[in-house]
Design a binder for this molecule. Structure first.
Ligand code: MEV
Length: 416
C-alpha cells in the first residue's frame, strides 16, 4: 500500500504536488482536469445547480497528508479559505502514525424524518395508534422508493414522541427512520414523509404540519479514536498541557465553541471538497455538542497508563456519495477519487478523523507556543511577497523580519 506520509510536500510546486497525488490515487485525466481547470464547473453547470447565477466563486483545494484510518492510508482533499488549516491537519495526523493512526466506526446510515401532528385530543392514545400501524406506515413509505429498498435500504422503524409547547397544544411527532445507504438521504426521507402524511392523518385524526428530515442525525454517528505517544509531543508534560486545554473546553461553553470551531475547520473543509452539504453537518455537529444540556467539546483527551495521549471524537455525519453536488460537480468527484472511499460510511469515518487530527493540532499549539508564531510567519510571507521578494528571497526575508520582530513592507524592502 502507498503511504500518505510526506515531508516537504509544501515545498513542491502545485504541479508537483498534483503529480504525487496522482501517483497515490491514480486519478483519471478527467479528474485531473476538473481540479486544475477553473472552468470545470461551467457557467451553465453552475446555473443548473442554484438560482440567479451570475458567475462562479473558486476556493483553494489542498490535501491533508499522513492519515491512516483503520489501517488504510488516505490523502484527504480539503476546500478552505483559511491558511494553516491543511498544514495543521497534516501535522496532527503525522503525530498519530507511530501508534497506528486512527480507528473509526459508525452506527450506519439511518436518517430521521420528522412528521409533526397537531390538533390531537388524546396524545398518548394517538401515539399508540401510530405504533399499532407501524408496518403499514413503513410499507407505504417504502413504496415511494423501490430503488432504495432494492439496494437494501428503506424505512426501517419509527419512534413516536409527545412534545409539549407553550405556544400551541401538545404535538405528536413521528420520527421515521430510513436507511439511506450511500445517499445523504434528504430527498429520500422528505419524499417519504410528505407522501405518508395523509395516511398519518387518517390514523390519528390530527393535522400533519411539517414533514422534514432532522439534521440531528443521532442514528448516523461516527466515532473515532487515536493515540499519540508522549515522545511525539515532546514528553508527558505536553500531554498534561493538552489535557488542561481540553478541561477548559469541557467546563466552559465559550471555550468549547472555539474548540469545536477548530474541529469543524477540518470537517467542513472535507465535506465541502466532496460536494456534501456543509450546513447539514455543522448544525448536526453543534446540536450534538449540546445534547447533554451544556454545549461541550466534540472530542475528548485523556492520558493512558503509559502517559500517552488518547483522543476520541463522536458526532453525527450525514454524508453521501450519490446525489446532490457530489455527483454533478466534477471537482467533488475528483475529491472522492482522491479519498478512494467506497461507501458513505467510510467517507464519514475518514472525515471524523480529519476533525480529530485538526483538534489535536490546535490544542497542541494552543497549549504550548500559541497560534501567533505560525500566523506571524504566514503574515511575514505575504509581506515579503508584497515587497517584491521572489523564490528563495522570500524565506530569507521572512526569517530576518521575524528575528528582528519588524514585519512590515518597508522593512522587507530594505532587506531586499
Ligand atoms: C482557528 O481557526 C481555530 C482555533 O481557534 C481552534 C481552537 O481554538 O481550538 C485555533
Amino acid at each position: 500500500m502507498k503511504s500518505s506520509k510526506y515531508s516537504g510536500f509544501y515545498k513542491l510546486s502545485t504541479e508537483e504536488r498534483l503529480k504525487e497525488v496522482v501517483e497515490f490515487t491514480e486519478l483519471s485525466e478527467e479528474h485531473i482536469a476538473s481540479i486544475q481547470d477553473p472552468n470545470s464547473l461551467s457557467l451553465d453547470g453552475a446555473d443548473n445547480m442554484v438560482e440567479n447565477v451570475i458567475g462562479r466563486f473558486t476556493l483553494p483545494l489542498g490535501v491533508a497528508l499522513n492519515f491512516i484510518v483503520n489501517d488504510k492510508e488516505y490523502l484527504i482533499p480539503m476546500v478552505t479559505e483559511e491558511p494553516s488549516v491543511i498544514a495543521a491537519a497534516s501535522n496532527g495526523a503525522r503525530l498519530t502514525r507511530s501508534s497506528g493512526g486512527f480507528y473509526a466506526m459508525n452506527t450506519g446510515s439511518i436518517m430521521i424524518a420528522q412528521i409533526q401532528i397537531t390538533d390531537v385530543k388524546d396524545p398518548e392514545n394517538t401515539r399508540m395508534a401510530i405504533y399499532k400501524h407501524k408496518e403499514k406506515i413503513l410499507n407505504f413509505c417504502n413504496e415511494q422508493d423501490p430503488v432504495l429498498v432494492q439496494l437494501g435500504g428503506g424505512a426501517v422503524d419509527i419512534d413516536v414522541r409527545i412534545i409539549e409547547s407553550d405556544i400551541i397544544d401538545t404535538m405528536v411527532v413521528i420520527h421515521l427512520k430510513v436507511n439511506t445507504l450511500d445517499a445523504m438521504g434528504a430527498n429520500a426521507v422528505n419524499t417519504m414523509a410528505e407522501a405518508v402524511a395523509p395516511l398519518i392523518e387518517s390514523i390519528t385524526g390530527g393535522v400533519v404540519y411539517l414533514r422534514i428530515l432532522s439534521n440531528l442525525a443521532v442514528e448516523r454517528l461516527v466515532r473515532a479514536t487515536t493515540k499519540v505517544k508522549k515522545e511525539e509531543l515532546g514528553g508527558e508534560e505536553v500531554v498534561d498541557k493538552i489535557i488542561t486545554a481540553y478541561a477548559f473546553a469541557k467546563a466552559d461553553p465559550f471555550r468549547a465553541t472555539t474548540h469545536n470551531k477548530g474541529i469543524m475547520n477540518g470537517i467542513t473543509a472535507g465535506v465541502m471538497a466532496t460536494g456534501n452539504d456543509t450546513r447539514a453537518i455543522e448544525s448536526g455537529a453543534h446540536a450534538y455538542a449540546a445534547i447533554s444540556g451544556q454545549y461541550s467539546p466534540l472530542t475528548t483527551w485523556e492520558k493512558d497508563a503509559n502517559g500517552d495521549l488518547v483522543g476520541t471524537i463522536e458526532l453525527p455525519l450525514a454524508l453521501g456519495l450519490v446525489g446532490g453536488a457530489t455527483k454533478v460537480h466534477a471537482a467533488a468527484r475528483a475529491s472522492v477519487a482522491i479519498l478512494g472511499v467506497k461507501s458513505a460510511t467510510e467517507l464519514a469515518e475518514v472525515i471524523a478523523c480529519l476533525g480529530l487530527a485538526q483538534n489535536l493540532a490546535a490544542v497542541r499549539v494552543l497549549a504550548t507556543e500559541g497560534v501567533q508564531r505560525g500566523h506571524m510567519s504566514l503574515h511575514a510571507k505575504n509581506v515579503a511577497i508584497e515587497a517584491g521578494a521572489v523564490g528563495d528571497q522570500i524565506e530569507v526575508v521572512v526569517q530576518k523580519m521575524i528575528a528582528d520582530k519588524k514585519i512590515n513592507v518597508e522593512y522587507a524592502k530594505t532587506l531586499l
